[in-house]
Design a protein around this ligand. Structure first.
Ligand code: S3P
Length: 453
């Protein structure tokens, strides 16, 4: 089981640090790691993956694919080898699939199971059990799968898949790469053409990797930006050798930390810069952040660069809601940057943040207020009046509550670096879901190697 429910909470105070300097490398991209394992497990033959994120969420995906017949192993030098069962070859799992904290594992695997004639039960931790699955149940039901869930379309949930499933054309009602991916993955074992229409583009890792594995997938972009993705089913996937680039969502914490801590000059190597993920960098540059891209290159079919980030005086801005899907996971740490900027930052269009691992609008408002920031919550965002570069006061009595949300914990850790009294966090265990080496890297970059967790 996932660590945050089997061990005692691990509170910690994050205090003002020296400048962040030198070179660090963040772990592999979480979205690409999940997809590498899933598609490797469905290919015929052996897929090899380097740079895989070895976080709890990705391990939940690996455990589930093993339970459905794939062989997935880590070799001594850190490479992963996956022997797939072939599209249509997933086996009935003998036990409930424990998804831990991972919404991506749950929703994408629901897609895979939906078009196989097997039954699977999905369970997860307290955070995941609150998250809406109706957004995936709806299209997968149209394809013929059958569901029993906890009230409100929540986990625990039992899915009875069907083969052959019915190909559908589905227009996404929410901008969600997870919903898009669930339908496309269900389409892999469905006869005919499965179509997803995406009015607002979301991360396109599924499209890239499906093509890489040899699926017949086309993307048509209309004049208004609407994307129509068509996948021809009953695909035969060819095994691949994949190098996973560094996760821009993990790099984000170090980008903001280096911008905020005086004297910092940090290089973060090998950061994925897929345009459907990289909007945070543009927003921070608009606020005055000095972020350079060095040695732009291609890794595993994704654009990558090393980022050089220097301490900068930031100015608040109104963030264009059109960029939200391309930085949906980065708002908690952007709020921290805004809390230290001069002037007002206004964010809107963030409704989806309320259904992430926690309600990231309310939870960040409360946490930042506890640390001394000036924040107003609206229905769909936060308005933050920054300190103009002065450190935050820091928390006094109670620690901030992270609600089993890794990104709240890491964002408030960054706030602690830019505070006078330090920021107390109730529990750092959730960090291991996406970024197990976060604390060690922070200690390394800020020259406090002895304090690594
Ligand atoms: C992800 C999509 C996003 C993101 C999540 C990973 C993915 O979720 O928040 O961390 O890998 O497809 P939504 O699709 O719900 O926005």
């Amino acid at each position: 089981m996932h660590s945050a429910e089997t061990s005692a909470p691990r509170p910690r105070r994050f205090t003002a640090s020296g400048p962040l300097t030198g070179r660090i490398r963040v772990p592999g991209d979480k979205s690409i790691s999940h997809r590498s394992i899933m598609l490797g497990a469905l290919a015929v033959g052996r897929t090899r993956v380097t740079g895989l994120l070895e976080g709890e969420d990705v391990m939940s995906t690996a455990a589930a694919m093993r339970a459905m017949g794939a062989s997935i192993e880590r070799l001594a030098h850190g490479e992963w080898v996956i022997d797939g069962v072939g599209v249509g070859g997933l086996l009935q799992p003998k036990q409930a699939l424990d998804m831990g904290n991972s919404g991506t594992s749950t929703r994408l695997l629901m897609g895979l199971v939906a078009s196989h004639a097997i039954t699977a039960t999905f369970i997860g931790d307290a955070s995941l059990s609150k998250r809406p699955m109706g957004r995936v149940i709806d299209p997968l039901s149209q394809m013929g799968a059958d569901f029993t869930s906890a009230p409100g379309g929540r986990l625990p949930l039992t899915l009875r898949g069907i083969a052959p499933a019915v190909p559908i054309s589905y227009r996404l009602p929410v901008a969600s790469a997870q919903v898009k991916s669930a339908v496309l993955l269900a389409g892999l074992n469905t006869p005919g053409v499965t179509t997803v229409i995406e009015p607002v583009p979301t991360r396109d890792h599924s499209e890239r990797i499906l093509r890489g594995f040899g699926a017949d997938l086309t993307v048509e972009v209309a004049a208004d930006g609407t994307r129509t993705i068509r996948l021809t089913g009953e695909a035969e996937l060819r095994p691949q050798t994949i190098e996973v680039p560094g996760d821009p969502s993990s790099a984000a914490f170090f980008v903001v930390a280096a911008l905020l801590v005086p004297g910092s000059d940090l290089v973060i190597e090998n950061v994925g810069l897929n345009p459907t993920r990289a909007a945070l960098l543009g927003v921070l540059r608009d606020m005055g952040g000095q972020i350079e891209e060095l040695d732009r290159r291609d890794v595993g079919g994704e654009p990558v660069a090393d980022l050089r980030v220097r301490h900068s005086a930031l100015t608040g801005i109104a963030v264009d809601p059109a960029v939200v899907p391309s930085m949906v996971d980065e708002f908690p740490v952007l709020f921290v940057a805004a809390a230290l900027a001069s002037g007002r930052t206004v964010t809107t269009g963030l409704e989806e943040l309320r259904v992430k691992e926690s309600d990231r609008i309310t939870v960040m408002r409360v946490a930042l207020e506890q640390a001394g920031a000036t924040v107003t919550e609206t229905d769909d965002g936060l308005i933050i009046d920054g300190t103009g570069g002065e450190p935050l006061r820091g928390t006094d009595n109670a620690p901030v509550a992270t609600h089993l949300d890794h990104r709240i914990a890491m964002s408030m850790a960054v706030a602690g670096l830019a505070s006078r009294a330090g920021v107390d966090i109730d529990d750092t265990r959730p960090i291991a879901t996406s970024f197990p080496v976060f604390e060690a890297l922070l200690a390394k970059a800020s020259g406090q190697a002895g304090e690594a967790a």
